[in-house]
Design a protein around this ligand. Structure first.
Ligand code: SF4
Ligand code: SF4
Length: 234
């Protein structure tokens, strides 16, 4: 995502939510004195940003059901192999191939991985609107499964990227063991980020997401075909 896109998202977000001016500056890349504070929670290493000038950590909590911005502004919904089966069944398809044909769109795009390297990705994505085409990929479209109460009509069969948001996750080889890592995606769409002196307030979220992130990474074969190595869905 470009800085302009993040700024546009933040401007929209600020119509309904207060965004800490320091966090705004950070998300726009205007604060560079930032350390990566890795926290291992069970089997996942979370990379929490620490703003040295403020002596604060960036933490997160979700405001749902008061907020459903991520479903209103999803740029893309890549599906894993597991997602294809569970969501296909949830939408009453007998055959995965029919689900793929009718409800998904395959796209190829470039995105930066966790250490900044560009990766070419090909993913099978759930269509966010019935007539979605390749030219809609990456644009903000309100998801067709968002119901009037702000919930997901597919729940509990949601794509992994939905329930992991705003985290992006990847695997690293740690001496022959697959270590799962997670960090935040700062797209400017989520009002849940805040500054704090320590990690205490986020302990419950870290525990809950550690399990979800680990299971997601271990259970799923991702559908990317090129540039295998690290994945960051946005
Ligand atoms: S993750 Fe963020 S954008 Fe999505 S519902 Fe929660 S607070 Fe809103
Ligand atoms: S599939 Fe459900 S959770 Fe995912 S963006 Fe759509 S409404 Fe939201």
């Amino acid at each position: 995502m470009s800085q302009n896109e993040i700024e546009e998202s933040l401007n929209l977000l600020e119509k309904n939510w207060d965004v800490d001016p320091i966090l705004r500056k950070f998300m726009l890349g205007k604060i560079s004195d930032v350390s990566d504070y890795p926290v291992k929670v069970k089997n996942v290493v979370f990379h929490v940003p620490y703003l040295n000038s403020e002596k604060k950590y960036i933490l997160w909590k979700c405001f749902w059901p008061d907020c459903h911005n991520c479903c209103d502004r999803q740029g893309r919904l890549p599906l894993t192999s597991d997602d294809l089966i569970t969501i296909g069944k949830g939408l009453k398809y007998q055959k995965v191939s029919d689900f793929i044909k009718n409800e998904t769109l395959t796209v190829t795009y470039r995105e930066s991985g966790p250490s900044g390297q560009m990766t070419t990705m090909t993913t099978i994505n759930l269509k966010r609107k019935k007539d979605e085409t390749e030219k809609d990929d990456g644009t903000h479209i309100s998801c067709r499964f968002l119901d009037d109460e702000g919930g997901c009509s597919m729940h509990p069969e949601r794509p992994g990227v939905c329930y992991l948001y705003p985290f992006s996750t990847w695997l690293e080889n740690e001496k022959g063991i697959a270590r799962v890592h997670a960090t935040y995606q700062f797209t400017g769409d989520c009002p849940g980020f805040y500054l704090a002196d320590n990690l205490d307030q986020m302990k419950d979220e870290l525990r809950e997401y550690s399990k979800m992130i680990y299971d997601y990474n271990m259970a799923s074969n991702r559908t990317n075909r090129e540039g295998f190595g690290s994945v960051s869905f946005s």
